[in-house]
Design a protein. Structure first.
Length: 447
């Protein structure tokens, strides 16, 4: 069996890769590992709008209850709300059933510990070991069997929490929200209405199969058109579980996670709230963000790809702003994970405070042209580029050619037989040709 946990929980096509049996085993093993010091471990469980959510929830519940765990069901709710509710309710752990931005046929199971943090690798390994080794769990009978309660006002508690993070109303702002037919389809619009904004909502009619379908943060075209058509101040798009947020300015132009991080850094530094004047990003962030931050006398710290690694770096060194180009924005003063609705409220608050349009704020950063080319290489040879002298020599030659006005990044895929070749530079055609040539070389020598 290959490793179950990826960078964001356990995912796969529901009922084939992520089966009810596996969900049961994850629930049972997770409850046993995460609550070894608690007689009746308490779990908070939520889900997005996928048709397979009920099936996997039932199996997961059975696993937890079978080892004596107690479960609080909170229904359809964003992933970041699980992190908040787990802390607020004093639970031992939280679980979100969602495959985030993936199509409806996929689903996933993501664990949080009692502090609302994603599990460390070693804890995930303990859970996997129990499953792989067919561990014999203690048999619970009678009063030792777990119980379930349903929480009717979970969305209200989440709304109240995130609304307290902004210090102004949003009156006078006209905003289009794209809820991706996902977990934020109700709570997202309600929060913005309570904050005083005028809103137009799309992607808020889930049927179990249309989550992320031509909508949300992975399909921005409809939101861009809607902002222009309705003459809105800006638009916000969430993904299926609402832990991401991307924006569209008043001219229908996409504002990605890098530009949003620069806006947050600008405002937070001005308010003396940006810890160590530092933003944590991944190696895939655009070089333009480094240049923009530098102009503001801020700096960036880079991690490998995955918002969990961004968070680990933030916690390790006391930073409070980090995220990814894809729209995972971690505002650690308020939540321990990316939170699309909260980030959207914060962005709207900044626009109100600065009295500038989103387009003006986004223009503080210029995106450096970026090209990504995939080189097909077998999984066993994906790291061999590091010791191939010809490839390494070509990389050094390209870096010298770019002369500190661009960069070369090679990143083996964690899930596919690919080596990703990414180049940034001032001349798009030049870096496109360089990236293709380097990818061809990698295939020729390693493929």
């Amino acid at each position: 069996m290959s490793r179950l946990f990826g960078t964001d929980g356990v995912r796969g096509v529901a009922n084939t890769e992520l089966t009810p049996q596996l969900a049961f085993e994850l629930g049972r093993a997770g409850a046993y590992v995460l609550a070894t010091n608690s007689h009746k471990p308490k779990f908070v469980i939520g889900k997005d709008t996928r048709i397979s959510g009920d099936m996997l929830e039932a199996a997961l519940l059975a696993g937890i209850l079978s080892v004596g765990g107690e479960v609080v069901k909170v229904g359809v709710i964003p992933t970041p709300a699980i992190a908040i509710l787990t802390r607020e309710l004093g639970a031992d752990a939280g679980v979100m059933i969602s495959a985030s931005h993936n199509p409806a046929e996929f689903n996933g199971i993501k664990f949080f510990n009692g502090q609302g943090l994603k599990l460390k690798d070693e804890i995930e390994d303990q859970i996997e070991d129990l499953i792989k080794n067919n561990f014999e769990y203690p048999v619970m009978t009678g009063e030792k069997v777990g119980t379930v309660t349903e929480m009717a006002d979970s969305s209200r508690l989440y709304e109240e929490y995130i609304l307290k993070t902004i210090d102004t109303d949003l009156k006078g702002l006209k905003i289009v929200l794209d809820c991706a037919n996902g977990a934020a389809f109700e709570v997202g619009p309600e929060a913005f209405v309570k904050a005083g904004a005028e809103i137009i909502v799309i992607g808020n009619d889930p049927d179990g199969l249309n989550i992320n379908l031509n909508c949300g943060s992975t399909h921005m075209e409809r939101l861009q058109n809607e902002v222009l058509e309705k003459k809105a101040d800006f638009g916000l798009a969430f993904d299926g579980d609402a832990d991401r947020m991307l924006a569209v300015d008043e001219n229908g132009v996409l504002v990605d996670g890098d530009k949003l991080l620069n806006i947050f850094a600008y405002h937070m530094k001005k308010k003396n709230r940006l810890k160590s004047d530092t933003v944590v990003v991944t190696v895939m962030s655009n070089m333009g963000l480094d240049l923009a931050l530098d102009s503001q006398k801020c700096k960036s710290v880079k991690t490998k790809v995955g918002d969990r690694y961004v968070l680990e770096e933030m916690l390790k060194n006391g930073y409070n702003l980090g995220g990814e180009q894809s729209g995972h924005l971690i505002l650690l003063d308020y939540n321990t994970t990316g939170d699309g609705v909260l980030s959207g409220l914060q962005l709207a608050s900044i626009i109100k405070h600065e009295n500038k349009s989103l387009g003006e704020l986004a223009s503080m950063m210029n995106i450096m042209p970026q090209v990504l080319v995939n080189a097909k290489v077998s999984n066993s040879k994906k790291m061999d580029y590091l010791k191939d002298e010809t490839i390494q020599s070509e990389i050094k030659k390209m870096e010298s050619c770019l002369d500190n006005k661009g960069r070369v990044l090679i990143r083996p895929s964690g899930t596919e037989p690919l080596v990703r070749v990414m180049l940034e530079g001032e001349d798009l055609q030049e870096i496109k040709m360089m990236a293709e040539n380097l990818a061809d070389m990698i295939v020729d020598r390693l493929g």
